[in-house]
Design a protein around this ligand. Structure first.
Ligand code: 6PG
Length: 236
């Protein structure tokens, strides 16, 4: 069953998420000498990344042992305002001493199917992801797995990355598949704002029922934690 952690404000959510990410990465490094982190896109994670890049948390991680992947990418150049890489690079990657070769950007300038095949091959050759950060759209999508995306009904088969299309521009995307996400150790959903409340409640109901239909409800992994603010999940 997923865990739910409710925070009074978005700022408290960012603080709590950043602290949890550091603890999980430290544990992975202690156990296996390295940690693989997949970053979420969109706007919510920026506050978390900024906290990871600043004292005190930035100094608590051996960044040389951290391998960074992306949960999804919009098919735009890496300096485009809509690029998830650009957001993560501004907020985190350019501010901490990662090994550049340990940051695996999705080549979103390539044709989507080509970029997806390359990323899938990269993931096939790598250990399972330790920590996967995800957001949730108000339609119940996660990463760039939107309702109606092919393959949602066979989450444990197929490639670990795929080309998808979004109803929202930029329409062409590359996304981790449920297979890659569900093979990971710890998934953290970051959900903020009243606009997500109704859909979040629906997704949590679907997960509790064991009959998921929405993409976000289909995520299981070894451990799934929803980190939400009160606006997205008002106290019952
Ligand atoms: C993307 C994200 C997407 C995002 C949700 C929530 O590329 O847009 O991967 O899944 O996490 O749409 O976005 P916000 O955090 O902006 O609400």
């Amino acid at each position: 069953m997923p865990h739910l952690r409710r925070f009074p404000t978005s700022g408290a959510l960012y603080d709590g998420a950043a602290a949890m990410i550091v603890a999980l990465l430290q544990a992975a490094i202690a156990e296996r000498g390295r940690a693989a982190l997949a970053l979420a896109g969109g706007s919510t994670p920026r506050g978390v990344y900024e906290r990871l890049a600043a004292p005190p948390l930035a100094g608590e991680l051996d960044w040389s042992r951290i391998f960074v992947y992306f949960g999804d990418e919009r098919c735009v150049p890496p300096n485009h305002p809509s690029s998830n890489f650009r957001m993560a690079n501004e907020a985190l990657l350019s501010r901490v001493p990662l090994v550049p070769d340990h940051v695996f950007r999705i080549d979103a300038e390539r044709p989507p199917a080509d970029a997806a095949a390359r990323y899938a091959a990269l993931l096939d050759a790598a250990p399972p992801l330790d920590v996967v950060l995800l957001g949730m759209g108000d339609d119940g999508h996660t990463a760039s797995l939107f309702p109606g995306t092919p393959g949602l009904d066979s989450p444990d088969a197929g490639p670990r990355a795929m080309a998808t299309t979004s109803p929202l521009a930029p329409t062409n995307r590359v996304s981790l598949t449920l297979r890659a996400i569900n093979e990971s150790r710890d998934v953290l959903f970051l959900v903020s704002g009243a606009g997500k409340a109704a859909r979040l409640a629906e997704v949590l109901r679907e997960q509790a029922s064991g009959c998921p239909t929405l993409p976000a409800a289909r995520v299981h992994a070894r451990s799934v934690t929803w980190l939400v603010d009160s606006a997205a999940n008002p106290a019952r």
